[in-house]
Design a protein around this ligand. Structure first.
Ligand SMILES: CC(C)(COP(=O)(O)OP(=O)(O)OC[C@H]1O[C@@H](n2cnc3c(N)ncnc32)[C@H](O)[C@@H]1OP(=O)(O)O)[C@@H](O)C(=O)NCCC(=O)NCCS
Length: 182
């Protein structure tokens, strides 16, 4: 199978994860301010958890089952963005280490991954969502053309409870329109 593609943006390199990323992932993810926003990441978060997670990242990838490390030449690895299957749809998820928030990095990374996903597949929609308190993530999704489709409950491992989760979807058309104003 061909190696996972690398995506380059103006400032970022989005590449496949490597086992040697584990210490860096643990140092950025062992932060409740990050993990409280994520469904499946426990807190505290250790290097062993990062190693386990990296071992589970399959060598085989497909556009709806892929993980990109978000890197820049100055800081190295800053976070992750990936697609996974949610029912019959692809769902996008992402996180960035706290020192790198508020600089437009995730808008840049997610726009590139979504653009790649729509260019690589015949899909006309994808889904995502945010915990109800996550205004920054919702702002990114709104900028990219996502719309809200409902509210469900999702487990948050770091908070050890089910939390209201705003569900969203993005169509190919809405994304193309959103790109014109991004
Ligand atoms: C959410 C997260 C990905 C944002 O990454 P980022 O690189 O800081 O995001 P960007 O700078 O690209 O864009 C953030 C947008 O949210 C806006 N924003 C930030 N805080 C906000 C708030 N409290 N209320 C409303 N909007 C807010 C910013 O103004 C910006 O919009 P703008 O470019 O129109 O000004 C990052 O904070 C993170 O990883 N958090 C922890 C994990 C997480 O929440 N993952 C997503 C789970 S759904």
């Amino acid at each position: 199978m061909a190696q996972q593609p690398e995506i380059r943006t103006q400032r970022l390199i989005l590449r496949r994860p490597r086992l040697r990323d584990a210490p860096r992932i643990a140092s950025l993810l062992n932060n409740f301010e990050v993990t409280k926003n994520l469904a499946r990441v426990p807190y505290p978060y250790t290097i062993n958890m990062a190693v386990d997670w990296l071992m589970r990242q399959k060598k085989e990838w497909s556009p709806d089952s892929i993980t990109f490390a978000i890197c820049d030449p100055r800081h190295g690895l800053m976070g992750f963005c990936g697609m996974h299957k949610e029912g019959s749809d692809a769902e996008i998820g992402y996180w960035l280490g706290e020192p790198y928030w508020g600089k437009g990095y995730m808008t840049e990374a997610t726009a590139a991954v979504i653009g790649w996903y729509f260019a690589t597949t015949g899909a006309n929609r994808m889904v995502s969502g945010v915990f109800h308190f996550n205004r920054a993530s919702l702002a990114i999704q709104n900028k990219l053309g996502f719309v809200q489709t409902g509210i469900g409950k999702r487990i948050c491992l770091a908070q050890n409870t089910d939390i209201d989760h705003i569900e969203t979807e993005l169509t190919r058309d809405a994304f193309e329109k959103a790109l014109e104003t991004l």
